[in-house]
Design a binder for this molecule. Structure first.
Ligand SMILES: NC(=O)C1=CN([C@@H]2O[C@H](COP(=O)(O)OP(=O)(O)OC[C@H]3O[C@@H](n4cnc5c(N)ncnc54)[C@H](OP(=O)(O)O)[C@@H]3O)[C@@H](O)[C@H]2O)C=CC1
Ligand SMILES: Nc1nc(=O)c2c([nH]1)NC[C@@H]1CN(c3ccc(C(=O)N[C@@H](CCC(=O)O)C(=O)O)cc3)C=[N+]21
Length: 283
C-alpha cells in the first residue's frame, strides 16, 4: 500500500503564514503579541525545544522573553516569577517548560499561571473547558495533531482512534479532542493487557509513550493512519519517534515522520494560542 507522508513542517508553514498575517494586523493596531518561556535547569533536550520556540516567535513577529532559572531554583522563586508575568502587560502567554526539578510542585506551578495566559492549556480551568467543549486554549500537541489530520484530509468521525499514553499534556487531551470530533476512542497505557490486540483495531493510532521505536508492524492494522508523538534518541543518538517508521510505513495509509511531523505543529499551535490571547486586547 502506498502511504501518505504527513509533512508537519509544510502544514506548519501553511498555518504560520496565516498567523503571521494576524500578528502584522495586531502590530498595526499597536499590539505586539508576547510569549514568556521559563526554563528551569539545564536539560539539553529542553534547550532545543526552547530554541525552536524562540525562532518561531522571531519569524512571526511575536515578542519572546526567555527566563532561564538555575536547577536549584525554589518553588517560591518560580511562583514569584510567574506572578510577575501574570501582571506584565507585554506578555500574552506564559509557558513553563516541563518537567521541573523535583523540589518544585508542578501542579502548583501550573495553577499559578493566569488562565488568561495559559497558552499550554494545562491549567485546570483550561482542561475543564476543553472537556466541556467550551472555547479555551487547547493543549498544543493534541491540537496540532487534529490540524495534521484535517490538513491531510483524514476523516475522524466514526473512526476507531486508539491513543497510547495518558499523560495530561498529550494522551488524555488527545483522546478528548478525537472524541469531540466523533471518533470512537480507546486509551492504552502501561497497564493495558494485550496492547497489540488493541492497536490492531485502530483506524487512527496516536502514539505518545516515550520509548524509541517500540511500535512495529505487528501493532498496525493494514491501512491505518499513524501519528508518532515520541521524541527519543536511538542507539546512534539520532532523533526518533516511538514508532519504528521503516517497519510500519508499508502497512499505513498515512504516517508522520520524526522529526518533521508532530513537533513543528506543537510550536505552531503555541504561536496560535499566543496570538489568540493577544487578540483579547482589541477593544
Ligand atoms: N512532538 C511533541 O511536540 C511532543 C513530544 N513529546 C514526546 O512524546 C512522548 C510522550 O510524552 P508524555 O506524554 O509527556 O510522556 P509521559 O512519560 O508523561 O507518558 C507516557 C505514557 O505512555 C505510557 N506507557 C509507558 N510505557 C508503556 C508501554 N510499554 N506500553 C503502553 N504504554 C506505555 C504511560 O503509561 P502510564 O500512564 O501507565 O505510566 C504514560 O501514560 C515522549 O517521547 C515525549 O518526549 C511530548 C510532548 C510534545
Ligand atoms: N510546558 C511545556 N509545554 C510543551 O509543549 C512541552 C514541554 N513543556 N516540555 C517538553 C515537550 C516536548 N515539546 C516539543 C516541542 C517541539 C518539538 C520540535 O520542535 N520538534 C522538531 C525538531 C526537534 C529537534 O530537532 O530536536 C521536530 O519534531 O521536527 C519537540 C518537542 C514540547 N513540550
Amino acid at each position: 500500500m502506498s502511504s501518505q507522508l504527513i509533512n508537519g513542517k509544510e502544514i506548519s508553514n501553511t498555518i504560520r503564514t496565516g498567523i503571521q498575517k494576524e500578528v502584522q494586523d495586531l502590530i498595526a493596531k499597536g499590539i505586539t503579541p508576547g510569549l514568556a518561556v521559563i526554563l528551569v535547569g539545564e536539560d539539553p533536550a529542553s534547550h532545543t525545544y526552547v530554541a525552536n520556540k524562540e525562532k518561531a516567535c522571531k519569524e512571526l513577529g511575536i515578542y519572546s522573553k526567555l527566563i532561564k532559572l538555575p536547577e536549584d531554583t525554589t518553588e517560591e522563586d518560580l511562583l514569584a516569577q510567574i506572578k510577575q508575568l501574570n501582571e506584565a502587560s507585554e506578555i500574552d502567554g506564559i509557558l513553563v517548560q516541563l518537567p521541573l526539578p523535583k523540589q518544585i510542585n508542578e501542579q502548583k506551578v501550573i495553577e499559578t499561571i493566569s488562565p488568561l495566559k495559559d497558552v499550554d492549556g494545562f491549567h485546570p480551568n483550561s482542561v475543564g473547558k476543553m472537556l466541556l467543549g467550551q472555547e479555551t486554549f487547547l493543549p498544543c500537541t493534541p491540537h496540532g495533531i487534529m490540524k495534521l489530520l484535517e490538513y491531510s484530509n483524514i476523516e475522524v468521525a466514526g473512526k476507531h482512534a486508539v491513543v497510547i499514553g495518558r499523560s495530561h499534556i498529550v494522551g488524555v487531551p488527545m483522546g478528548q479532542l478525537l472524541l469531540q470530533h466523533d471518533a470512537t476512542v480507546t486509551y492504552c497505557h502501561s497497564k493495558t493487557k494485550n496492547l497489540q490486540e488493541m492497536t490492531k483495531q485502530a483506524d487512527i493510532l496516536v502514539v505518545a509513550i516515550g520509548r524509541a521505536k517500540m511500535i512495529t508492524a505487528d501493532y498496525i492494522k493494514e491501512g491505518a493512519a499513524v501519528i508518532d508523538v515520541g521524541m527519543n534518541r536511538d542507539e546512534n543518538n539520532h532523533l526518533c519517534g516511538d514508532v519504528d517508521f521503516d517497519s510500519v510505513v508499508e502497512k499505513t495509509s498515512a504516517i508522520t515522520p520524526v522529526p518533521g511531523g508532530v513537533g513543528p505543529m506543537t510550536i505552531t499551535m503555541l504561536m496560535y494560542n499566543t496570538v489568540q490571547s493577544a487578540k483579547t486586547k482589541l477593544a
